[in-house]
Every structure is written in structure tokens, then in C-alpha cells.
Design a protein around this ligand. Structure first.
Ligand code: C2E
Ligand code: MG
Ligand code: MG
Ligand code: MG
Length: 279
């Protein structure tokens, strides 16, 4: 009897493991094919100046269309991309595509609109980010001032030296450098002291409970004040309600990014939005 139970338990675990494994293989193969067939796309989310209500910049965000009008979430496929090495060619494509799009905007009716591109720890460690970015700028003809690179705090932890020199070189080119998800890492203040930076993006986990949570409010306010004193630009991410906007708007100048203004949009939708709202 006990043996039979053990046996079935074993089958259960194997099945569980098997399902996870099968799902991963499916994701990996699907992603590989989507990249090859050039089906990956970028959506763009506005960063808005709350005083003027104008779009200051947009952030490029990877999207994997399923073909049924939905998208595989980045949280599902990015870990697979990172583990399989696919992140390197994918990240290179992201820079190429985002720079090409920004260059088209700059020379068309939209006009110059800075584009932020995310760089992951894997790209920093295993890729050649400086070369990738130089090539994307050169082939698109985009002015470096219109490119912002966002690196999340956790990536800095592991690749401190690589990041320091990359930041210096990017800024020497005229490209701006922001720390993403600021406040979630382990030594945020040391980064502000040691790194050559243009700005930071306050992580949305600090915003979710605003305006009720007085601790979060105190933290966001302190981060924004500190950034201002250091001459850094700031963006607060994840603003979904007018109350949240109100709470951070009082605290000095900062850009705001969140569903309150707009979700990430395909380029054509973004252009329509810019026109309609006179953003
Ligand atoms: P992130 O760089 O912090 O990007 C912001 C994320 O917050 C995006 O999720 C965006 O859709 C979401 N967001 C924006 N406003 C709101 C809001 O008001 N409420 C809520 N709940 N969420 C909001 P997304 O597009 O799913 O991307 C997740 C993460 O995946 C990004 O976080 C970034 O770390 C990574 N990622 C996305 N695209 C790329 C890429 O092209 N390259 C690299 N290396 N990483 C990328
Ligand atoms: Mg980002
Ligand atoms: Mg972020
Ligand atoms: Mg984030």
C-alpha cells in the first residue's frame, strides 16, 4: 500500500516537473521562431510632465504577439531569453528598432521624442552593449541625445565595474543613463554616489499604496528631493490614479509614467494619441 502511494507521488512529481520543462521548451522554441520570423515588436509608453501634461519621452517595451491579438508577457519570456542566450540578439534588435523608430519620429510630424531602452544584467554581462548602441545610433542616424538607456538596479549589483565604464562611455557619446526600478536594490545610495548618471526611475512598488501609505509617501518624497539635490532627473513609474499623481506631483519636478496617462502602445496608436491629446 505504502509502496503504491509512493509510486503515485513519484508519478505526480514527475508529471509536474515534466509540464514545467515542456512549457519551457515550448517558450524557448516559440521565442526563437518569433525572433527569426521578425514577429517581435516594441510598444512605447509615454513619460509625461504632469505640470504641462506633455509627453517628454517614451519607453520602448518588448512585445511578443501571440497572433490572437494578445501578447506573451515579458515576465514570462524574458527569463527564458536570459537563460538561453537569446537575450543578446533580441536586445541588439531592440536597440536597432527603437533607434530607427526614434529617428523616423525625429524627422517626421511627431518631431524629436527621446526613447528609453532597457538594458538587462545579461546584456551587460554577456553582450557588447557599447558596440550595440553605437551601431544602432550609426545605422539609424539617431542623435544620441534622443536615446536613454535604463539599467535596473539589480544588474548594477553584479556588474559594477562593467556598468561604471559603460555609463561613462555612453554619457560621453551624449546618450543618457537612468537607473531603473530605483529603491529595490541593496545599495541604492552608493550608486548615486559612485555612478555617472542622468536620472533615476522610482520603482512602482513605492507608488501602489499611495496616497494612503505615509511611509511610502515619505520614501518617494525623500528620493525625489535627494535626486533633485544631486541634479538628477526623475521619473515615477506605475501611476494609475489621479490621487497617486497628486501625491507625487507636489514633491518637486518629476516625470510620470503609468496607466493613468497611457498603457504602452504600438507606434501608430502612440502617434494617434499624441495627436488627439495634443500631448
Ligand atoms: P520596466 O523597465 O520597469 O518597465 C515598466 C513596466 O511597468 C512595463 O511592464 C510597463 O508596462 C509597466 N507599467 C507601466 N505603467 C504601469 C502602471 O501604471 N501600472 C502597472 N501595474 N504597470 C505599469 P512590461 O512591459 O511588462 O515590462 C516588464 C519589464 O520587462 C520591464 O520593466 C523591463 O525590465 C523588462 N523589459 C521590457 N522590455 C524590455 C526590453 O526591450 N529589453 C530589456 N532588457 N528588458 C525589457
Ligand atoms: Mg524600464
Ligand atoms: Mg522600471
Ligand atoms: Mg519595473
Amino acid at each position: 500500500k505504502a509502496k503504491a502511494d509512493g509510486g503515485s507521488r513519484c508519478v505526480f512529481y514527475n508529471k509536474e516537473l515534466h509540464n514545467r520543462f515542456a512549457r519551457r521548451i515550448l517558450l524557448e522554441n516559440g521565442l526563437r521562431r518569433a525572433i527569426q520570423e521578425r514577429r517581435m515588436t516594441l510598444h512605447y509608453q509615454p513619460l509625461v510632465n504632469p505640470e504641462t501634461n506633455r509627453v517628454q519621452a517614451v519607453e520602448a517595451l518588448l512585445r511578443w504577439p501571440t497572433g490572437k491579438g494578445t501578447f506573451v508577457p515579458p515576465a514570462d519570456f524574458l527569463p527564458v531569453a536570459e537563460e538561453t542566450g537569446l537575450m543578446i540578439p533580441l536586445g541588439e534588435w531592440v536597440f536597432q528598432e527603437a533607434c530607427a523608430q526614434a529617428a523616423r519620429w525625429a524627422s517626421g510630424p511627431v518631431g524629436p521624442l527621446p526613447v528609453s531602452v532597457n538594458l538587462s544584467g545579461t546584456e551587460l554581462r554577456h553582450g557588447q552593449p557599447l558596440r550595440t548602441i553605437r551601431e544602432a545610433l550609426a545605422s539609424s542616424g539617431l542623435s544620441p541625445e534622443l536615446l536613454v538607456v535604463e539599467i535596473c538596479e539589480n544588474a548594477l549589483l553584479e556588474e559594477r565595474e562593467a556598468a561604471e565604464s559603460l555609463f561613462r562611455e555612453l554619457r560621453a557619446l551624449g546618450v543618457k543613463v537612468f537607473i531603473d526600478d530605483f529603491g529595490t536594490g541593496y545599495s541604492s545610495l552608493a550608486y548615486l554616489r559612485d555612478f555617472s548618471l542622468d536620472g533615476l526611475k522610482v520603482d512602482k512598488s513605492f507608488v501602489t499604496r499611495l496616497p494612503q501609505d505615509s511611509r511610502d509617501l515619505a520614501l518617494v518624497s525623500a528620493i525625489l528631493e535627494m535626486a533633485r539635490a544631486l541634479g538628477l532627473e526623475t521619473v515615477v513609474e506605475g501611476i494609475e490614479t489621479p490621487e497617486q499623481r497628486q501625491a507625487v506631483q507636489g514633491v518637486g519636478y518629476t516625470c510620470i509614467q503609468g496607466f493613468l496617462y497611457s498603457r504602452p502602445q504600438a507606434p501608430l496608436q502612440l502617434e494617434a494619441l499624441l495627436k488627439a491629446k495634443n500631448f
